[in-house]
Design a protein around this ligand. Sequence first.
Ligand SMILES: [Zn+2]
Length: 87
Amino acid sequence: MLHQPNISQQVAASLAHVESLKRQLADIETARRATHPLIRILTCPWCWRALRIARLFPRAWSGNICARHERQILKQSAARQNSEVRS
Ligand SMILES: [Zn+2]
């Protein structure tokens, strides 16, 4: 009977550990599903090209452009229009 409290303490500790692991997994899953910057980057075809991983992605490119590349593209097209007007 003396050992029983120890055993149940160990069991309780193991269960607590399992619970904390479950919570950590849930947190990772939540972060993965949320609009994590990395996930947003990976939906931007310009980022795929920048990272030289475009060939790993389907040919039908996603239309989601990240804010950084959207700005870059706007700047580029504005510069092109300016040079067309000047020439
Ligand atoms: Zn991008």
